[in-house]
Design a protein around this ligand. Sequence first.
Ligand code: MN3
Length: 207
Amino acid sequence: MNISSISAIIGNYPFSLPNLPYAYDALEPYIDEETMHLHHDKHYATYIKNLNIALEPYPDLQQLSLEEILKMKNNLPPEARTAILNNGGGVYNHTLFFQGLAPMSEDVHRPEGNLLTAIETCFGSFYNFKNEFNQLAAGVFGSGWTALASDSGGNLSIQNLGNQDTLLGTDLEVVFLFDVWEHAYYLKYKNVRMDYLKNLWEIIKLK
Ligand code: MN3
């Protein structure tokens, strides 16, 4: 998705929980309705609530967009930096993730045009790309995310992000990302992360 539209989805401080752009059961059978309720209504909502709490004492930061706040990194107030980066990163990553999914029935899950060309240039084929992506995502130790990233020249790379890290402040932009925290899949897939990863390709938006 277009990153600049994040503010249009969550607003500015106090940030608000957006509705999912599809029904809770719309991603069945790949992601179950119960997981979507837990993930959106509890996990995502908690990141938003705790980000607002962390920003409460800082009127100057409240004037900024979420991207501007996260890009400050080490310039954030030391006593609030961890809370702001963890919860702000959680809000940012989950906004990209939920907006980046769509029901299987929508014709948006196979890359075409510039994205397909870039994938074939950088990874050989879409098939190879998916395998490489799944292997890297399976290797995220603990909690985190796996992203397809693009540099300013359009070169693609696969990036693992620990916990709620983001690519903000680097020269890379997220094309899409997979949530590989256990809360994203454990109810349905238990410890078999690879089955979840393979199924995500049926509902990730690639155009
Ligand atoms: Mn999550």
